[in-house]
Design a protein around this ligand. Structure first.
Ligand code: NIG
Ligand code: FE
Length: 392
């Protein structure tokens, strides 16, 4: 048993409790309130600090080999994402690196990032394949996720994303067929993924190709998600609505019509503001408009070699400063919002009796400080499944 005593604020789904304590037993939240005590419990003094749910980072590509720091100079010279890809950078570059390394090496590189994620408060994360782009390498990536999930405190939810790009030298029709007829059945057979994701974008996969791939995934038990309207309005939001996908992600360029369809279909938006930041763009996703339409808005890092941050606090800061979200909306999007996208809202994402004790004690007198006091790691103690795994 752990008693987190007298936090200046406890962040609850519908408000905050001040000067409140939280009791943890058997890895779960047992009690919340001002009067909570427990004889024999280990006590964590939370005075002056805020207790938050662990971050649920619902969109990452944390498994990859190598890095692409050379792209920074190209970006500074004004090159776009597509231009960098055409010059030998981008997804293709990371695919070369990822194919080349052993599973052990891939695991070791990703593990360092998971350590950093945990230290910054992420307790659950989704992870996509998509830097293999052949059956063997896609399976290698997803097995890496499985092994990491077994040995690392951060809970991982795997997504198959063979449709991340068309590999060089491969005919697109042949590749779509390979994804549908070979990769998806193989991934399903080995139970390597929960979701199937597609980069629906001009130059990557068309709406028709994306639909065909996501339907094949669904037939094999994989729930669809969509990288939608990141670089142009390519119909991704509409497709996600049509398929009642678990989410549509990015949505920088989504049309108002697409967003309305998502709202009607109840498809959540996953916003990734570190992406326009890393691409040095002025335009961010229209979060306020989405919230007005009644969309559920989740926030995630998109951690990948183009957008390398393990830090959900930074994402929350960008959501407030660049997209106009309130601190509560942003923290909600980084916790319960992400948990809903992953179908884990009954287990994680909020501080409620009965839920898993995935909790963060942050060095802040209220949740407002999470965006307000930026550029440092405010997370002091991370509790995962009722165990102190960082700080404390
Ligand atoms: O979510 N947009 C497509 N895929 C990733 C970027 C992958 C990469 O550049 O390596 C994303 O932004
Ligand atoms: Fe992504």
């Amino acid at each position: 048993m752990i008693l987190i005593r007298e936090a200046s604020e406890v962040f609850l789904p519908d408000g905050v409790a001040t000067h409140a304590s939280v009791l943890i037993e058997d890895g779960r939240i047992r009690d919340i309130g001002r009067q909570v005590t427990a004889r024999g419990a280990e006590v964590i003094d939370a005075r002056g600090k805020t207790l938050l749910p662990g971050w649920v980072d619902s969109h990452t590509h944390v498994v990859f080999a190598g890095s692409r720091e050379f792209e920074l100079d190209l970006k500074l010279q004004g090159a776009t994402y597509r231009e960098i890809a055409a010059r030998g950078g981008g997804i293709g570059y990371t695919v070369q690196q990822t194919r080349r390394v052993s599973e052990e090496r891939l695991q070791a590189e990703a593990e360092l990032r998971l350590d950093a994620m945990l230290a910054h408060g992420t307790t659950t994360a989704e992870v996509k394949s998509g830097y293999g782009l052949d059956t063997k390498s896609e399976v290698k990536m997803l097995r890496t996720v499985r092994h990491l999930n077994e040995r690392h405190p951060v809970d991982l939810v795997p997504t198959f994303m063979g449709a991340h790009a068309i590999p060089p030298g491969v005919d697109r029709e042949d590749y779509v067929r390979l994804v549908r007829e070979e990769m998806i059945p193989r991934v399903a057979e080995e139970q390597l993924a929960v979701f199937c994701d597609v980069f629906c974008e001009e130059g990557y996969f068309s709406v028709e190709e994306s639909r065909a791939i996501l339907q094949a995934g669904r037939e094999h038990g994989l729930t669809p998600r969509v990288h939608a309207d990141e670089l142009s309005d390519s119909g991704g939001a509409e497709l996600a609505a049509e398929l009642k996908a678990a989410s549509a992600d990015h949505l920088l360029m989504a049309s108002p019509r697409g967003l309305k369809k998502m709202a009607r279909a109840g498809v959540p938006a996953v916003l990734l503001p570190a992406v326009p930041f890393s691409l040095m763009q002025k335009r961010y996703a229209p979060a306020r408009k989405m919230l007005e339409l009644g969309l559920d808005v989740a926030l995630a890092t998109d951690l990948n070699p183009n957008c390398w941050t393990e830090n959900m606090q930074f994402v929350i800061q960008l959501a407030c400063f660049a997209m106009g979200m309130t601190p509560r909306e942003a923290i909600h999007g980084a916790t319960l919002g992400g948990a809903r996208v992953l179908g884990l809202e009954r287990e994680v994402g909020s501080i409620e009796v009965g839920k898993k004790a995935d909790l963060l004690l942050v060095n802040a007198p209220s949740h407002l400080f999470v965006p307000y006091h930026f550029g440092v790691n405010l997370v002091e103690t991370v509790i995962k499944d009722g165990v102190v795994v960082c700080g404390g």
